[in-house]
Design a protein around this ligand. Structure first.
Ligand code: AMP
Length: 187
């Protein structure tokens, strides 16, 4: 089963993705984690993306799409993917459709965790303290939210027409959200 978890920054995508990874024995595909890894490794990609990441801007589609390709074509992970933070642009959504088709896979479920701007700011502030994430200062949070609204909202409109699209109130407690997802997945 391939699942996309979708929503603005701080909506709890990562938390739910990790939960599903455990529950379904699937694999988390977090482009945010993959990009942070590149920065930590001081790789060529890392050097290219550090500024955009710190400014709360999106990383170039070509870089993100390339990182994703390897995972999609990994036979051990086929149809066991939980996408967290990808796709974020129409270009990425189309690329995902293309790669999945090419590897005989599909998207089984799309979950949209919907949260208002105010609660997201509070949540990200908390995560900043717990996880010491450098890109998460208040200013960046707002920029990330605005980038999301501008660029990712069309992706939401693109997916919301699908019958496997489900919107969930992301301001609920973590386990309430997990429960709602489980009810839909019937697991
Ligand atoms: P995240 O951990 O998913 O909140 O991502 C943190 C940051 O990584 C974002 O603010 C972007 O700068 C970058 N990023 C993560 N995923 C993507 C993506 N799919 N496309 C472009 N940039 C991304």
């Amino acid at each position: 089963m391939n699942i996309i978890i979708f929503g603005p920054p701080g909506a709890g995508k990562g938390t739910q993705a990790k939960y599903l990874v455990n529950k379904l024995q699937n694999f988390q595909v977090s482009t945010g984690d993959m990009l942070r890894d590149e920065i930590e490794k001081h790789s060529e990609i890392g050097k290219k993306i550090i500024k955009n990441m710190n400014d709360g801007k999106f990383v170039d589609d070509t870089i993100v799409n390339k990182l994703l390709e390897k995972i999609i074509f990994d036979p051990n992970k086929s149809s066991k993917l939980i996408f967290d933070g990808y796709p974020r642009t129409i270009n990425q959504a189309k690329n995902l459709n293309y790669l999945l088709k090419k590897s005989n896979q599909k998207i089984d479920y799309i979950f949209f965790l919907n949260v208002k701007k105010d609660s997201i700011i509070k949540r990200i502030e908390k995560r900043k303290i717990l996880e010491k994430r450098s890109d998460d200062d208040a200013d960046t949070i707002l920029k990330r939210f605005d980038t999301y609204m501008k660029i990712t909202k069309p992706v939401l409109d693109f997916y919301s027409k699908n019958e496997n699209f489900h919107e969930i109130d992301g301001s609920l407690k973590i386990d309430e959200i997990s429960q709602k997802i489980e009810e839909i997945l019937k697991v």
